[in-house]
Design a binder for this molecule. Sequence first.
Ligand SMILES: *Cc1c(COP(=O)(O)O)cnc(C)c1O
Length: 460
Amino acid sequence: MREDLVVTDLRAWLPRSVDAIGEWQNEFGAFDIHPSLRVSDEVLAVAFDRLTERLRENYPFGHPRYVGQMLKPPHPVATLGYVTAMLINPNNHALDGGPATAQMEKEVVDRLSTMFGFADHLGHLTSSGTTANLEALWVARELHPHKAIAYSADAHYTHSRMCEVIGVEGIAVSTDACGQIDLVELEHLLDTGRIGTVVATLGTTGLGALDPLHDIVTLAKSYGVRVHVDSAYGGFFTLIADDSVDGVASAPYAAIAHADSVVVDPHKHGLQPYGCGAVLFADPSVGRFYVHDSPYTYFSSDELHLGEISLECSRAGAAAAALWLTLEVIPLSDAGLGQVLRANRRAALHWEELLNDSKEFAAYQRPEIDIVTYLPQRGSLSEIDRVSAAVFVNAAGGDPREQIHLATYNVKGADLVRRGHDVHVDRDAGRILRSVVMKPESSEVIDDIHARLSSIVRSL
Ligand SMILES: *Cc1c(COP(=O)(O)O)cnc(C)c1O
């Protein structure tokens, strides 16, 4: 039913995009499309049918029973905003390329900055969280040119890759039994004087763990070290960081306001289509590192062009329009986007309760946001690996109306043992199961999912 509604909404609204943009365009006078660009409806129909047929080769990312990776379609409002602006195709690199959407970008970045409690900021949208983190690490290198960058072993894999790209040593610090950065090891590392910047992750990609940013900020400041927060996945949870039953821990999130830079991905929990990350710096003077001289770009205005403060050149103005329109109707507040996140959080916590009462499964660790990790109750790591892999495959098969889509996650035997799982470690590492519960509708189907996965485990 709900999916019908979504489709119906866009059926009604997308023609309004075409009309509104067409009307504006016509003010400049009609012109004929060049023959080289004309495509007949018959030819297009054949190709379009092939496209939609090929797109069936996908997983149902928008369905509540897709609880696998960090994937879901954008909110229809975001799609509407994106498509409408895309009909003009502004480029947010320069005000010459997209004055309206560049202004929208500045407004949404202001809202993100307010959400994080930054007093002042310099920031912009990016194509991805990876690019956003790259910028933060690059600025970190400019400020501490000969020092290393530390992050936890569970930090996103692109941090070590981007350290290679910018020619800086990256050091992975061990995690503790909750998947958080080990503060004792971090302090030893800071003692050596080698570190210029610490990356704290709020919401690790694998486990959704929250590094204790409040402690990290205090520690790092005492060593004169920068702190960058990678909250590409978990950043929006700051809207519900109130320690309540369906909220998340307040202390790490409150500390973002005291960090030097932060990254968040609106294309993960901000209801946006891909192509929308964001980076914010607390000190606007870091803009000096971006200064470049381009003889062909900035002419229309003396105001700030976003390309003057970003590594990337061309960027979709449509991404800013999509986020702007979304935040007009689902604002960055507890009552707005927060309600989506609370539903996810309740679903994750309910699932954890079911796992804790289960004979077939055990929770790998407590979910700190909305990522649940769990394992079949088997005596050895090789059995856990075998059964997890089989559950992953079996659950996703058969009747589409019953399929459950999960993800797997690789753990070391030692990681299981230090989380209190009584397991015979007969191999180094193995797969367990992982579910990102990022669709609020999933909260309605967690009981069914758990019951079906349990019966699959019993049959294996
Ligand atoms: C997803 C993610 C990234 C990478 O972001 P992309 O938008 O996929 O490039 C970085 N860090 C964390 C913690 C993430 O979850």
